[in-house]
Design a protein around this ligand. Sequence first.
Ligand code: F6R
Length: 248
Amino acid sequence: MNPAHTIDLVVLEDYAALSRVGAARVAELFRAKPDAAVVVATGNTPMGLYRELAAKRAARVFGPGELKVFQLDAYLGLAPDDPRSLYRWTKEAFLDPLGIQPQQVVKLPGDSPDPAAACRAYDDAVVRAGGFDLAILGLGPNGHLGFNEPPSQPTDKTRVVSLSEASLESNARYWGGQGRVPKQALTAGMNVLLAAKEIVLLVSGAHKRDVLVQALAGPVTPDLPASYLQTSSKVTVLADRAAWDEHG
Ligand code: F6R
């Protein structure tokens, strides 16, 4: 643990500005490293960034042909074409709009007959890629990163997890009710995420305010996995004013 690392916190006026600035940053990285390995979150927060990024791709600001894209998490037991599949969400929001080809994608197969082996294969693929160049992450209401639920250790590998009550509740809004949220998931591990050469954490909305303060300025603890970002080397937090009000 190295508390000397500082997190670069950028506060934007609103969600639209957050999405624009986030996309500019990601596009810049893709231009500088066309074969970057990137792990991408689903959830609501990055959707604006992905739309902006797709526009930049269409304007040929960067070429997506050599990127390697890793799925961040997956519900256990769902086929990739299930309407709730996070692969499907990633495909519709990121892969297809950017023109990423199937051979450029490393999935977390939620419907694998051997999920533990699938998680090991994923970590092996991360190693082969030389680690993540970029992680685009959202912040869970309980401080989770991916589905690294509290408590999670910084050394935790990619694995099968049980979703916490808080995550079942927050994911219910995606699928129209808590009964439709699978209770277990596969998540990229804390260790591979924290080792990313660059992490962009996107946080929007007043409901994230308390957890964001805890993550950035509270104790570094397994009970709030995002607090380990304080120990990572290059973290940029893009927050809108609703999520981080310097005056409030
Ligand atoms: C999504 C994911 C989650 C979300 C987090 C925030 O793939 O791994 O960690 O990033 O729950 O979700 P939103 O952005 O919907 O508030």
